[in-house]
Design a protein around this ligand. Structure first.
Ligand code: SF4
Length: 396
């Protein structure tokens, strides 16, 4: 069976004690049943001051899963002061749970092939995405059209990597096509080729360019999305250093205080609304410096999340659902960065800040399929959005 992965995959190395946002902190670290059985017979390493009867005694049940119980500073009890793992230094890698062994790798085994990629929840992964477009294997040629949805995914990735389109245009146009395919099931190869043909893409681009969503509406909706996603993390005191400043900033701006809609109005700089619109213009310039990271981040999310093993009967619905989640993830990262810039507009938007918020928001949105479904159904009354909602949060 073919084992395929993007070109950056083998370049990853955990930077351990040099990591700025270690995965051993402020996160749910699951312990699988096999590891737990093993851990019942293993004594804690001598280097740990909080001694318990075995390694299992450091775990607890959370949301139905066994996880490592974090200490009062939300750190893994096995994490040493110099950010190394006491378990690895005492017993070697083989003692680790499946999650700790695999992270940040994501592996999907299909009947035709196995796909591997890396998750954006790790700063060392983002560092691999800064310089050039990631090259993904063209999976549709490997599976030989046995599942047309791989061809859809290849085309969506290509669309995002097309630098003639802005990220927002590519995301929105991709969503529009995916929604059309969803409405016109069953999806066929000729239908896919037609939707992604040069001519159709050109016509779609011209038609969608006429849509104009008031920027104030986009700002308000993205603020609400961010606040909703962050509420539980804030309550638990997680990621406080990253979330607190931007959430405080978000609360300063109720609906109607953001951008004037006429382009000429954006040139004025008096009053809160115009002031914020000036910062928005500045922000739009600064964020384009990080275009390549965002395109790679989004393309990688499409590659790793749109198609997963076992989703075959409702595969197109799953793809639309995941695509929506990726749009939410991106718009929430963008909103976080904009709020961060509005705190002190004189601060440059550095790569490190961009990386921090990509890592934190992707950790916060790292839900499994069932949880994404429940979140979307509860928040939006129905699972699949109209294209208008995507236009609203992307900011068409
Ligand atoms: S987040 Fe990544 S680089 Fe940091 S400790 Fe975890 S695996 Fe290593």
């Amino acid at each position: 069976m073919k084992h395929i992965f993007p070109d950056y995959y083998n370049e990853f190395h955990c930077i351990a004690d040099r990591c700025t946002i270690t995965c051993c902190q402020e996160w749910k670290i699951t312990v699988d049943d096999d590891t737990n059985r093993k851990w019942k017979k293993i004594l804690p390493p001598d280097t740990i001051s909080d001694k318990r009867k075995n390694l299992t005694a450091y775990t607890c049940k959370k949301d139905g899963a066994r996880v490592i119980g974090l200490d009062q500073n939300h750190r893994c009890p096995f994490l040493s002061q110099d950010k190394l793992c006491h378990l690895v230094t005492s017993y070697g890698d083989s003692v680790l749970s499946e999650t700790c062994t695999l992270f940040p790798r994501e592996i999907h085994e299909f009947s035709t092939h196995t796909e591997a990629s890396l998750m954006p929840c790790c700063p060392a992964v983002i560092d691999l995405w800064c310089e050039k477009n990631i090259e993904f294997p063209t999976v549709s040629s490997i599976v030989d059209h046995s599942s047309p949805m791989f061809l859809v995914r290849d085309n969506l990735i290509k669309l995002l990597q097309n630098s003639d389109l802005s990220i927002e245009e590519a995301l929105f146009e991709g969503f529009y096509i995916l929604l059309e395919l969803y409405k016109n099931q069953p999806v066929t190869i000729s239908q896919i080729n037609e939707y992604f043909s040069k001519q159709t893409l050109f016509e779609l681009h011209s038609a969608l360019a006429d849509i104009n969503v008031p920027a104030d509406d986009t700002f308000t909706e993205c603020n609400e999305l961010l606040q909703d996603l962050a509420v539980n993390y804030s309550k638990e005191g997680l990621y406080t250093g990253f979330l607190q400043p931007i959430l405080t900033e978000a609360e300063k701006y109720p609906k109607g205080t953001f951008l004037p809609d006429k382009p000429d109005d954006r040139l004025t700089d008096s009053g809160t609304g115009s002031e914020l619109s000036g910062i928005w213009n500045l922000f739009c310039d600064m964020i384009t410096d990080h275009d390549i990271v965002f395109r790679n981040f989004l393309s990688n999310e499409l590659f790793s999340d749109l198609i997963i093993p076992g989703s075959s009967s409702k595969i197109i619905e799953h793809m639309v659902m995941q695509y929506q989640w990726i749009i939410m993830e991106y718009t929430t990262i963008r909103q976080s960065l904009f709020l961060w810039c509005s705190i002190d507009p004189k601060n440059p938007l550095t790569y490190e800040t961009v990386r921090n918020y990509i890592v934190i928001i992707s950790r916060m949105t790292g839900y499994d399929d069932d949880d994404i479904r429940t979140y979307l159904e509860n928040s939006f009354a129905k699972l699949i959005w109209d294209w208008g909602y995507a236009a609203l949060i992307i900011g068409a």
